[in-house]
Each structure stands twice: as C-alpha cells, then as structure tokens.
Design a protein around this ligand. Sequence first.
Ligand SMILES: *Cc1c(COP(=O)(O)O)cnc(C)c1O
Length: 398
Amino acid sequence: MTLANGIRQLSIPGPSVLPEAVLTAMHQPSPNIYGGDLVDLANSLYPDLARVARTAGDAIIYIGNGHAAWEACLCNTLSRGDHVLALLTGRFTLGWMDVADNFDLNFDTIDFGNRGPLDPEQVADALRQDSKHKIKAILVVQTDTASSVRNDIKALRQAIDRVGHPALLMVDCIASLACEPFEMDDWGVDVTVAACQKGLMTPAGLAFNFIGKRAWEAYKRADLKTGYWDWDRRVNGKIFYQKFCGTPPSHHLFGLRKALDMLLEEGIEAVWQRHTVLASAVWAAVDRWQTDGSISCNIIDPSHRSTAVTAIRTGDNNATNLRAWCEQEAGVTLGVGLALDGVLDTQPENLFRIGHMGHLNVPMIMGTLGAVDAAMKALGYSHGDGALEAAARALSNS
Ligand SMILES: *Cc1c(COP(=O)(O)O)cnc(C)c1O
C-alpha cells in the first residue's frame, strides 16, 4: 500500500512548483526568432522584471542558472587582482566565490556563522580599515537558502554609506526575488543577481542581472569582461539575436511572460505578504514540534528568517529518513539539508529544508506540514503535538 498517489507536492527551495498556466503558455510550436510576436514578448519582459526587482536600471536575461548570473555579474564589473569582500551567512556566498575561482580576484571574507544574519557594523569596521579603498565589491546573499537566514540589505547599505566606502554592493536574490521584500533602487543595491526557477515560477534556465548606474561605471573599467556575458551587447545590441548572444530561449520566455503576468496581477506586495503568512504557518508548526523534541528552526530569531525557505534541525532524529518517508509514503519531496560548515556538496543527517516559495497556497503548505507530522509519528521521533493546529491558527490570524 502507498499513500503517495495523487498530485505530488514539491516542497524544495527551488526549483519551485510550476503553475499550470506557465506550463500551458510554454506549450507552443517554435516561433520565428528574427521578428514578430516573440520579439515583442521578449522586449516586454525587461521592464516587468525591473518592476519586480524595483529598479529603474537595466535588466538582462541570460540563458543559464543562478551560477551564470553570479559569473556574469563579477566579470562585467571587476578586474584581475581586485579585492572583494564576501559576507558569509550559510553557504551561497561561498558558491559565488567558487565560480570566480580562476578570475584572479582576492577574496576577503567575514563569516557570520549560520544561525543568524550578518552584522552591518562588523562590515562597516572592515571597510573602515580599508582606507585605500582596495575593496571593489561586497558580495552578499539576501536569503541564504542553506541556513534560511534573510539578511537586512538596507541596513548593510546604510552601514557602507556611513563609512563612505565606494565598493559596489552586489546582492544575490536568487531565492528571494518575488518572495521577500526587496527594493533595489531605494536600498542602493548596485547589482542584483537572480534566476527564474524560484520565486519567478519558471523552469530553470534563465538568469538575470539588474544593473544600477554605479555598476555601469565599473563596467567601463572591468577587464574580466568576456563576449558571451558582456552587458553592453545584451542591453544595446541592435539586432534581437544579440540580446541572447544567439538563439533566444523562446519557450522559457513564454513561460516567464505568464509568470510575470501572474505576479503583477496579484501585486508584488501581496505576493510578499502571502509568503510571509505561509512561512509563519511553517514556523508555528516547528515551534510546536520543538516543545517535546529536538526539532527546531535553524534561524533562531523569527525576524531574521527567510519567508521563502526554512531550514529545520532535527537533532538526534535522522532527517534523511524523514525525507524518505515523506517522499515514498506521502508523495511530498522535502529539501535536503546543505552543509553549514563551509564544505560544499555535503548533506548533513540532521537538517532538512521546506521550500515555501512561489506558486503556493494553504492546502499545499498544510499538506507538507501534515506529511512531516505524520512522518515523525511513523518514525517514532519525539515531537510536540498540535503543530497543524498551530499552523492553521497562524494562517487564520493573517
Ligand atoms: C538556488 C540558489 C543559487 C544557485 O542557483 P542555480 O540555479 O542552482 O545555479 C544561488 N544562490 C541562491 C541564494 C540560491 O537560492
């Protein structure tokens, strides 16, 4: 017997659930790529992406995943030998550094651990010591998908400004764009990197750079530029074909168009609010599980938790077995835990993640929490009762 038949629930922090409407929009024959509807559709995406990122700056669409967005951002703004300050709050900034491995950049890091956010004052202190302004860029992740912390980007910018340091502020919003509040221009972000398969509800394959004025200044000096990632060609290319440096990813563009329509129709603030409420149901459930066991949210202070993903510690209870029960017996796929000790590509046994980003509603979130609750009972893990009751109450209080 299995309880896993029915619609399978994907609760990992990316790729996220694909809306039926996005899939339907992609179901088309190949279009003419040299003119006509596809060109109009593609050109309509740039201003709408910029609306989602809250910027009057330029948006670029690459064929690629988040790693592509990372690399493109660095090679359009930096030069060999430049110093870069990377802020660590989990593991994704390390991944960003990793793609720059052979760029001949000098990385300094500040590690804020993996149970809370970065401290802007500590960043300010580091910048104050750099009186010659050797540091050219600061890399930070808004939501670190491994620890599930959300960093305060606005406070970080204010700290940089207090010191009067000219380094570019580069923010990875791959997990957070269209999930968590983000104001690229108001907060003074110079480059935002993102991808389509999380909050933007489109199959993995599109990467984005959003470029502010100061980043364009840096672009002029950068000597790491390469033809394929070059920002200027992508923004100012006279022929449509140049915007994608080759054949455009037509079907991804169809899907993204639909996803943006859905987000803008709902209203981006309403989208953020929905994520906040659904996340609060997850935290309420974990709080109840915690009363009688070792289950707990990795990020201790709720005000610093991401509303797109929650990393959950399972203490002595085996998270791999819990995920396996949910997948095989209940039809719910949970996110693997990612090592928080700086070692890339390892999965700890006492951590799992629930992705709650993108196309998500009450039955989906309650279904996932219900499956985890049942798994803990089936596996005999000690846990407090009343998790689903608490989750429902959190939803009703909204
Ligand atoms: C998913 C993710 C990435 C990596 O994206 P890929 O598409 O897998 O390359 C980078 N940063 C963050 C914060 C992410 O959540």
